[in-house]
Design a protein around this ligand. Structure first.
Ligand SMILES: Cc1ncc(COP(=O)(O)O)c(C=O)c1O
Length: 493
């Protein structure tokens, strides 16, 4: 059975208020988040005046200076603009409304996967640092607290007990796993430290999980479109994909999944419930609960890839499907690669009832994650101000999303459809059907602009007229020009 949390979890974690628990949001930040939520949910529409400082101060019972600070912050985040002598207004992001992509609903089909060559050729061509990185999978390095992390690394290595090399081998550093377990607890999904295995990034954790629950030839339910590494892992392990369509806002189609689980001997599911890559879709809490119920009914394990969970724009962290799994069927995988420390290669899995097998396979394949990297991240989580960094990162990503959406509206054809995720750093675009995204990829690359073409996200090389764009980089004149160039290339096709 899965290891479940006990009543005395805080005690077992030897919990004392750590700096990250104490790192409370300031009052004006909280107030700014409340207004941001009203804008996001459409209560305050583009162009509408936000409450005057005097009115807001009276209505919400905060001081005028708190309201001012909150409005400056919202201005910084690109959500509101000041107009001389008139007050603050919700920013008009686009000159026209951008329609949402339409993902055709279809019955799931079984497919052999053969996409690696295409993925490798696309990935190798977008590595050039001089290329405009719309096709990249990473956010800008300057958004991460790298100097502070380096201090944690130096400190941790100086203080490291030489015996840690053995003691911190798989399942991993206790100090780090304790910090990770604390974050699960604070976010409302408590689980014991003992359930966690530290891995070399999330990708290793995902690989281990899939290997534990499948044999070559098995069927695995995946998303359509899916993160391309998912397709490559299936190909490597000689597994067959059952592609489940994903709604651009609401996530996988549960009816199609339910039908597929009835009809086909599916051995495992691999899904993202928050800020799905590439669509940015997030499932509602009800949907996550229903998905956990389906898994329980069919006793099918699920690998949950949740690497973007910390990058939410709303006020609260979204929960994973793992939070609704009472049977230990969900293996929840994540990492610090997207939120804190790209390149450190520190990830983890909370493996539920498969925990022991995952730990053994990890030992057999790569023995351990890097001990100094684990120690550095544990030190940073304890002393570095992770939550403060995350708030800044989320604000940057959100304002960059607004800038990119506005540029899409300005420069791309009117028929372009685009997602507007509530977290992460990807937009998914559906272009007019006549546009071949692979051809667009080649032509854009020749102009020094990378994009991620739709077919790399599909076992059947579908999504031919779609692409994923990365807004994880500060928006500059160069980005604007690149979007204008993309628009021109698309018009020429
Ligand atoms: C959806 C998704 N899962 C997993 C990963 C890999 O994470 P890591 O770098 O921690 O191995 C990525 C990285 O691009 C990703 O986009």
């Amino acid at each position: 059975m899965a290891l479940r949390h006990g009543d005395n979890l805080a005690q077992r974690l030897e919990w004392e208020p750590s700096p990250h628990a104490q790192d409370k949001m300031k009052r004006y930040e909280k107030f700014a988040d409340e207004i941001a939520e009203l804008i996001r949910s459409g209560v305050l529409a583009p162009g509408q005046k936000v409450p005057s400082v005097r009115h807001a101060s009276r209505t919400y019972g905060v001081s005028a200076s708190t309201v001012f600070q909150a409005y400056y912050l919202l201005e910084d985040r690109g959500l509101i603009v000041a107009r001389a002598r008139s007050g603050y207004f919700v920013r008009e992001h686009a000159r026209r409304d951008l329609a949402e992509p339409e993902i055709a609903r279809h019955e799931a089909q079984t497919t052999e996967v053969d996409v690696s060559e295409l993925v490798f050729s696309v990935l190798s061509s977008i590595k050039d640092p001089d290329t405009v990185p719309f096709g990249s999978a990473f956010p800008a390095p300057e958004l991460f607290p790298l100097p502070r992390l380096a201090r944690s690394m130096a400190q941790a290595v100086r203080d490291m007990d030489p015996r840690a090399t053995v003691a911190d081998m798989t399942p991993g550093s206790h100090a780090l796993r304790r910090q990770i377990a604390l974050r699960y607890m604070v976010n409302g999904t408590p689980l014991p430290v003992e359930e966690l295995v530290v891995s070399n990034g999330a990708l290793e954790a995902l690989n281990l999980c899939l290997q534990v629950v499948t044999r070559p030839g098995d069927l695995v339910a995946i998303e359509a479109p899916a993160f391309y590494a998912t397709l490559q892992v299936l190909e490597r392990l000689k597994l067959k994909a059952v592609e489940i369509p994903v709604h651009p806002r609401e996530g996988i189609d549960l009816d199609v999944l339910a039908d597929s689980l009835e009809r086909l001997p599916i051995r495992a599911c691999w899904f993202m419930s928050n800020f799905q890559n590439p669509l940015g879709a997030s499932m509602s809490e009800d949907k996550k609960r229903a998905l956990a119920g389906l898994l329980a009914k069919h006793q099918v394990p699920m690998i949950e890839d949740d690497v973007y969970a910390e990058l939410y724009f709303a006020q609260q962290a979204p929960k994973p499907v793992k939070a609704y799994d009472s049977e230990g069927l969900v293996m929840h995988c994540s990492s610090f690669s997207k939120s804190l420390a790209p390149g450190y290669r520190v990830g983890w899995v909370a493996g539920g009832r498969f925990h022991e097998q995952i730990a053994r396979l990890k030992l057999m394949t790569s023995l351990s994650a890097s001990v100094p990297a684990q120690a550095a991240i544990a030190d940073y989580l304890q002393h570095g101000g992770y939550d403060r960094h995350l708030r800044k990162l989320r604000h940057s990503l959100e304002s960059q999303q607004h800038a990119m959406l506005a540029a899409v509206a300005r420069h791309l054809p009117d028929e372009t459809r685009v997602t507007r995720p509530s977290g992460g750093y990807f937009l998914w675009l559906e272009l007019p059907e006549r546009i071949d995204a692979l051809r667009l990829f080649q032509l854009a690359l020749a102009q020094g602009i990378s994009i991620a073409p739709g077919p790399i996200f599909s076992a059947t090389r579908g999504f031919r007229h779609c692409l994923r764009l990365n807004h994880g980089h500060p928006w500059t004149t160069r980005s604007e020009k690149a979007m204008e160039t993309l628009g021109r290339i698309i018009q020429s096709l």
